[in-house]
Write a protein that binds this ligand. Structure first.
Ligand SMILES: Cc1ncc(COP(=O)(O)O)c(C=O)c1O
Length: 367
């Protein structure tokens, strides 16, 4: 089976994790927690990074840090993994769904303004599959209406917008280190910000707002959260981060090879990279158009028969039971993306021969 996207573990992971075990620093404080935050902030060029137990927690922490809560509206795409939508619900706020762009698959910044009401407090762009949202346009709207911007960059580590790392352009950004992401800690996440005040507040909130008194007792001035990552996993993360640039290079090269092999296949629309973007191609994705020989779902079944794992694009969240009553704009592009988009194998360990195999099957069913 050629898997969709599996982790790559080949560096100092064992060495650093063993060190935690040997020294008994296995839990939620330790030098690797601090080192992972420092090194990650350095890599994405953020002022401050706060490590969390997963990407969902990083997004929830971002909302709480910025004081977004009961009744506030947050605008985000419907074509997304459900996690960012759920975090809005967790804090008592209300998601408002925006349509996406057909070529880049991400939220359409041109359609945000029409969704703004006096209750709107934030915009949450999700850089789906690695391509950036048009952040200049989005920030212009955010500034005009005095809104916070929380970037869900969980799928876009290493992607840039006009040379800036995604996740560092809005007020706060969030990353995930789930097993299928560019780098992994098994489960994990990171909040990043250019505002040290937000960063320090996020760290405080994520560690139960713990204040250690002079006699070493714990005092908590407000409700806090335990969103911490253990030292064991942070050690794994430091080792992963040492290889991030190599992994990124491989993903981009693989995407180029896919593009080359699929460029003239009738009915397959290739992913784009806007002139202002550098796409990390976390999941290499194409659109299966009506003029292709079979439907997207039939292609998924054919690929499976040949031992190739693929996945349809995310389903529209605004049609799912917990969110079907939420406000949204015109969703025609979202519908098309959800029905026609497909993610192809994108592991760092994917070989050229495997890419050729995938493309051969895709070519076979083209009209
Ligand atoms: C777009 C998006 N947002 C948020 C998350 C949540 O990250 P985690 O699984 O680490 O909680 C994920 C993926 O896992 C994701 O794909």
């Amino acid at each position: 089976m050629i898997p969709l996207c599996i982790p790559e573990v080949k560096g100092n992971e064992w060495k650093y994790v063993k060190e935690c075990i040997d020294t008994n620093w296995v839990s939620s404080v330790g030098s690797y927690v601090n080192l992972f935050e420092e090194k990650f902030a350095e890599y994405v060029k953020a002022e401050k990074a706060v490590v969390t137990m997963n990407g969902t927690a990083a997004l929830q922490l971002a909302l709480i840090t910025l004081g977004i809560g009961e009744g506030d509206e947050v605008i985000l795409p419907s074509m997304t993994f459900i996690s960012p939508v759920n975090t809005i619900k967790y804090v008592g706020a209300v998601p408002v769904f925006c349509d996406s762009c057909r070529d880049t698959f991400v939220m359409d910044a041109e359609k945000i303004e029409e969704l703004i009401t006096p209750k709107t407090k934030a915009i949450m762009p999700v850089h789906i599959y690695g391509h950036p949202v048009d952040m200049d346009k989005l920030m212009e709207i955010a500034n005009k209406y005095n809104l916070y911007v929380i970037e869900d960059a969980t799928e876009a580590l290493g992607s840039t917008y006009k040379g800036n790392m995604l996740g560092t352009i809005g007020h706060i950004g969030a990353f995930s280190f789930n097993g299928n992401k560019l780098i992994t800690t098994g489960a994990g996440g990171m909040l990043v910000t250019q505002n040290t005040e937000y960063g320090e507040r996020a760290k405080f909130l994520s560690t139960q707002t713990k204040v250690v008194t002079e006699n070493k007792a714990f005092y908590h001035p407000e409700v806090g959260y335990n969103f911490r990552m253990p030292n064991l996993l942070a050690a794994f993360g430091v080792a992963q981060l040492e290889n991030v640039e190599e992994y990124l290079k491989v993903k981009i090269e693989n995407a180029k090879y896919y593009n080359e092999l699929l460029k003239d296949v009738k009915g397959i629309t290739l992913p784009v990279e806007k002139e202002w973007a550098e796409n990390c191609y976390w999941l290499y994705s194409v659109m299966v158009e009506d003029e292709y020989g079979i439907t997207r779902d039939e292609l998924i079944a054919k690929l499976k028969e040949e031992g190739i794992e693929s996945r349809p694009f995310f389903m529209a969240v605004h049609e799912m039971p917990p969110y079907k009553d939420c406000k949204h704009g015109d969703m025609s592009i979202t519908k098309e993306l959800c029905n026609k988009g497909i993610n192809l194998p994108s592991s760092v360990s994917l070989t050229k021969e495997q890419i050729e195999e995938v493309c051969k099957v895709i070519r076979k069913y083209s009209k």
